[in-house]
Design a protein around this ligand. Structure first.
Ligand SMILES: Nc1nc2c(ncn2[C@@H]2O[C@H](COP(=O)(O)OP(=O)(O)O)[C@@H](O)[C@H]2O)c(=O)[nH]1
Ligand SMILES: [Mg+2]
Length: 348
């Protein structure tokens, strides 16, 4: 589920007038077109598919006992059911505010629909959750510009570097050429980690010994332009929103990237560890305020995540969740699907 604009040059829609005209596909890229077409038009990425991500997610949610499926076995809709739903949603990390909103809506819908059984309540809740999460489902646009420049930001250990590796694979499947920038210059190990993902995907990584992350990002964007890369992804060092000087550094990287290419970065993606619970919201606010986020990658949904944080994100700042991480290997990145997620929460 990501739009690949070069592919769609024949379609009338959605390129705004301010964008440069869509370029013709270079001849050498031709053989990759069928792959690209397939990946761009299919709602699920090649590996895993709907059942793959669904099963992983459900088993992850089940592990935490955060699933809601056990609550609808009774035969009466009573106050006890609402109370159990309330605690289950809060336990699942949905947060107090989103839980309250969802339950208010549920009570209204139950009344209006004349629902009689807990099973009907479950269907109504599924609808409410799917509707709440729908604004978070949005395809990632590639190909409006060349390159499309993305910056990955987030706290330490969120899964930025791993997600870059997985995303690179995903983009390559769609026929995009990718260049990586080792913008985490604090630790040599971080550079090596990105280099290893680069090797696995056979893409080049722009790096400097030590050095300034903004300079690395500048070099990478310039190299991406010169080589006609489709996507440049800039890794950054993890930082806490409370570390003011590091947040300033992030803003600087953003400014410098804009100097290397007008309009860049086209995407600023916050990588969030979904096991962080409500702390994820604090990260979301702080990084969005500092650098203006365009999307989210939510990682570790295969682990001990409770999933409900997505409802909290939808209520707090509905920034698109482009992808979810469901494991540590190359193919463990899936496009976010609001319906499937609502299903998984209720069936786990
Ligand atoms: N289970 C699981 N582990 C993940 C996922 N994404 C990242 N990790 C692991 O989380 C740890 C930190 O990831 P890393 O990419 O180095 O985080 P960074 O500091 O944000 O760059 C590593 O051990 C990754 O393998 C995921 O979706 N699922
Ligand atoms: Mg990293």
């Amino acid at each position: 589920m990501f739009r690949f604009f070069k592919r769609k040059s024949a379609a009338p829609a959605p390129t705004p007038a301010t964008l440069p005209p869509v370029e013709a596909e270079p001849v050498e890229a031709e053989p990759r077109q069928s792959d690209a077409e397939a990946a761009a038009s299919s709602p699920e990425p090649a590996a895993g598919g709907a059942s793959g991500w669904f099963a992983r997610l459900r088993s992850g949610l089940r592990k935490t006992g955060a699933g809601l499926s056990g609550l609808f076995g009774g035969n009466r809709i009573d106050e006890a059911l609402y109370e159990e739903l309330e605690s289950a949603l809060i336990m699942a990390d949905a947060g107090v505010a989103a839980t309250r909103d969802v339950l208010d809506q549920l009570r209204r819908k139950v009344r209006a629909s004349g629902a009689q059984t807990p099973q009907q309540v479950r269907e109504l809740l599924r609808e409410i959750l799917a509707e709440l999460l729908a604004p978070l489902q949005k395809p990632l646009d590639i190909g409006r510009t060349q390159p499309t420049v993305m910056m990955m930001v987030g706290v330490n250990g969120a899964g930025k570097t791993t997600s870059i590796g997985k995303l690179t694979r995903h983009l390559q499947r769609a026929g995009c050429s990718v260049l990586l920038a080792a913008g985490d210059t604090f630790r040599a190990a971080a550079r090596e980690q990105l280099a290893a993902w680069g090797e696995r995907n056979a893409v080049q990584v722009i790096a400097q010994q030590g050095g300034d992350p903004a300079a690395v990002a500048f070099d990478a964007v310039s190299a991406g332009r010169a080589r006609g890369s489709d996507v440049v992804i800039v890794d950054t060092a993890g930082r806490l929103p409370t570390q003011q000087h590091l947040m300033e550094e992030l803003k600087k990287i953003r400014r410098v990237v804009a100097k290397a290419m007008d309009g860049a970065p086209h995407e600023v993606l916050l990588v969030i560890d979904s096991t962080n619970g409500q702390n994820a919201l604090a990260q979301l606010r702080a990084f969005d305020d500092a650098v203006g986020l365009s999307g989210i990658i939510l990682t570790k949904l295969d682990g001990s995540a409770k999933g409900g944080v997505i409802a909290a994100i939808a209520r707090e700042r509905p920034i698109p969740i482009y992808f979810v991480g469901v494991g540590e290997s190359l193919d463990d990145l899936q496009v976010f699907d609001a319906q499937a997620f609502a299903h998984a929460l209720l069936d786990a």
